[in-house]
Design a binder for this molecule. Sequence first.
Ligand code: ZN
Length: 235
Amino acid sequence: MPRTFDDARSWARLGTALFLRAADLGDAGLDAPSALPGWTRRHLVAHVAANADALGNLVHWAATGERTPMYSSPEERAAGIERGAAMPAAELTTWLRRSAEALAASTAALDQAQWQFPVVTAQGRTVPATELPWMRSREVCVHAVDLGTGPAFADLPAGFLGALCDDVVAKRAKESGPALLLEATDTDASWELPGEGEPTVLVGPLHEITAYLTGRAHALTAPDGLPVPALTHWL
Ligand code: ZN
C-alpha cells in the first residue's frame, strides 16, 4: 500500500519523539560509538539537528518562494556536524529539541498551495513540499535505531517499514547490485531487485528485511547456507 501524506506526517512526529528520547544522554553516553561507521552518537545527534534546520530551509522556500537550499554546500553540511559533535551534551540536546520544534511549527503553518510548492533536496531531486515529512521520518526513525540506545526496526510501524523498503528498492534498482527477491513473512509484502543472474530469495520478518535493505545489522540468512549478498550503505 503506497504511503500517504498523513502517514508520513504521523511517522515524522513519532520518529522525532523516539529519536529525542533515545538521544537523551549525558556526555558519556553521547561519546559512545553509534552504529554508523566512524560516527559517535554526538555526530548522529548533530546530523539529525542539522537535518531539521536544513529541512526548515525547504519549508521556508515552499512558504515564501525564496530559494533556500538545505545546505549551501557539502562542506557546510559536514562542518555543521563537526561543530555540533564538539558541543557539551546539554547544548547539543537543546539544539536537537529546538530544531525539531521549529521544524514542526513551520511545517504546521504551511497552507495547501505552499505544500505543493516545488523544492530541491540535497540530492538534487525536485519534489513538492509534501515530500518533506517523509524525508524527515526516514532520518529520525532510521537514526533512532542507529543511536544504539534501545529503539530497533521492530519497534517502528509496519507501514513505515514497508514504505522505507519501497523507497530503498526504487533507489537500489537504479544502481548495480545483486538480484534479490525479498519476502516478508509477517506481511504479504515482497520486493524484487533487478540485478545479474538468478535472484537470491531472502525470507524473513519485515523489520529484518528493512534492516538488510538499509545496510544495517540484520539476521537474514540465504537459502542453502549461502552468504547473504552484501549491499552498499544507504542514507
Ligand atoms: Zn541521515
